[in-house]
Design a protein around this ligand. Structure first.
Ligand code: ADE
Length: 242
């Protein structure tokens, strides 16, 4: 998969050299390129922002550096890439979005800062990209860079080969709409706290039933909003009663 990130703080993306994503890059599963938006400016100060028309607080990202950066990335693509612009005003990025994006061959991330990017850039970009504005959640970050770190990690780990043990993707939180069951490792008794006996029983059917019950209880306690969708996903699973 080809990934391009355009940012005024390329150093923010340095962690994508670490851990499993870093290894996937070295293994050639992910071709990730980070571009400095200021390289597409033409003035001495490498200006990327200006005051908003109509007044108001803060600065707006100028359209010109963005159009040139996007043209540069589009010229290096042999497909029609998806352009993701992270922002609190976007559609919610969730596990289904990550799965959908993991199936694409080329993703481009545009990291906005300040009050946002001049609105005309979205229309300009639609010529060469499928544009998606995506939000991590209902809170405001200082810019899109941290959101891109989270999104790239969520997407890249779904690409076949990135996670060594593909089984670990199956029973995760959000994959089937329920939260994950609790996990334990040795010792069986730690500071007087014992691992649930069923996990020591060796009875795989009993363990599976216990884990499923834990997932339901946990989801009901922490994220009851997820239950209707989880019930729909596992229609026929009589254990989910609403
Ligand atoms: N940029 C600023 N806030 C954001 C959010 N909540 N999600 C994604 N990108 C953002």
């Amino acid at each position: 998969m080809q990934l391009d990130v355009i940012s005024i703080f390329p150093d923010y993306l340095a962690p994508l050299d670490l851990s499993l994503i870093g290894k996937a890059r070295r293994d050639g599963l992910i071709d990730l390129r980070v571009h400095d938006l200021r390289d597409f400016t033409h003035d001495r100060h490498r200006t990327v922002d200006d005051t908003p028309y109509g007044g108001g607080a803060g600065m707006v990202m100028k359209p010109q550096p963005w159009s040139e950066a996007l043209d540069h990335v589009a010229a290096q693509s042999d497909s029609r890439p998806v352009l993701i612009v992270p922002g609190p005003g976007g559609q919610r990025f969730d596990q289904a979005t990550a799965r959908d994006l993991a199936a694409q061959s080329h993703l481009v991330f545009a990291c906005g800062r300040y009050e946002g990017i001049d609105e005309r850039v979205y229309d300009y970009a639609a010529r060469d990209f499928d544009v998606r504005i995506l939000s991590l959640g209902d809170y405001v970050l200082n810019g899109g860079d941290v959101a891109v770190l989270a999104m790239v990690e969520a997407i890249a780990r779904l690409i076949p080969g990135v996670i060594g043990n593909a089984d670990s993707l199956v029973e995760e939180s959000h994959e089937d709409g329920l939260l994950e069951y609790p996990v334990y490792t040795k010792p069986a008794d730690w500071h007087g706290r014992r691992v649930p006996e069923v996990l020591l029983s060796g009875d795989h059917a009993k363990i599976a039933a216990w884990r499923h019950a834990q997932r339901l209880t946990r989801t009901a306690a922490r994220r009851p909003d997820l239950l209707p969708a989880a019930a729909a996903m596992s229609a026929g699973d009589l254990e989910i009663r609403l």
